[in-house]
Ligand binder design. Structure first.
Ligand SMILES: [Zn+2]
Length: 84
């Protein structure tokens, strides 16, 4: 029964085609990217090391992680509205 496996795979969708709740546009950008967060964390850590301000760097990284966690993952390309 190989058909059952294909049905399960089809349910895993990375890009839910949700329209913008503000203007109804389907031109939606995914703004939550783990790779971008990782690059920013490394950049802040490197800068903190360079100026020997590791405590301040750790605080900034903590704020970035919290901000990333609460940030809506989708943004409308037409009106800029963010939603999840
Ligand atoms: Zn919109």
């Amino acid at each position: 029964m190989p058909d059952d496996d294909e049905v399960i795979d089809a349910e895993i969708v990375d890009n839910p085609p949700k329209p913008c709740p503000k203007c109804g546009s389907h031109n939606i950008d995914i703004v939550k990217k783990p790779a971008v967060l990782l690059v920013m964390v490394v950049a802040v850590y490197g800068a903190a090391l360079a100026v020997e301000q590791l405590a301040a760097g750790a605080l900034i990284i903590a704020l970035m992680l919290v901000g990333y966690y609460v940030m809506p993952p989708f943004q409308c390309r037409d009106c800029g509205f963010r939603f999840d």
